[in-house]
Design a protein around this ligand. Structure first.
Ligand SMILES: [Zn+2]
Length: 172
């Protein structure tokens, strides 16, 4: 949007505008198998010297993100690469488009924003299709899917008998 004195720039956080899931949430929930699809639809997390998806470093960053998201590590314990956001810029008469070359720097900033506000949640249901979620309210304890809310209720009902068994598998 161009006015006399300022330009508002919208940073793309995904190539497909149909996807509503926040970028950092999608990345945390991406499995090893779906990382390629994630890279295609949202942009490569990290790229190598040739501009191809750097799969190993991308997975390392995802695993770090998951550990901090679940509270198993703190942000300070293993600082992941804090690269600058580099982007392709395309200017037409109507639009000013900025597409990040790699999306990890954006993911990290979005995550740190939510994490500092206590809005990063981990669904207790081991069968949840997307356990890493963004809380609408700080008190949210599950991702909000009806089956996960039911699981959470059954968990509270049985907590007395199984006090330690609350986390389940760490698989996404
Ligand atoms: Zn869930």
């Amino acid at each position: 949007m161009v006015s006399n004195t300022s330009i508002t720039v919208h940073l793309w956080t995904g190539r497909s505008q149909k996807i509503k899931e926040p970028l950092h949430v999608g990345f945390a929930n991406a499995s090893d198998e779906t990382l390629t699809a994630f890279s295609k639809h949202r942009g490569p997390p990290l790229v190598d010297m040739d501009g191809e998806v750097d799969v190993i470093d991308s997975l390392l960053c995802r695993d770090w993100l998951r550990m901090v998201w679940r509270g198993n590590k703190t942000v300070e314990e293993w600082p992941p690469p804090r690269r600058k956001i580099t982007a392709r810029v395309d200017v037409t008469q109507e639009r000013f488009e900025v597409e990040p070359v790699e999306v990890w720097p954006t993911i990290l900033r979005l995550f740190l924003r939510d994490h500092s506000q206590g809005k990063t949640g981990f669904c207790p249901n081991p069968y949840c299709p997307a356990r890493y979620f963004r809380k609408t309210h700080k008190a949210d304890k599950s991702c909000g899917l009806p089956k996960c809310a039911r699981y959470l209720r059954s968990l509270s009902a049985h907590k007395h008998w199984h006090p330690a068994d609350t986390t389940g598998s760490s698989a996404a």
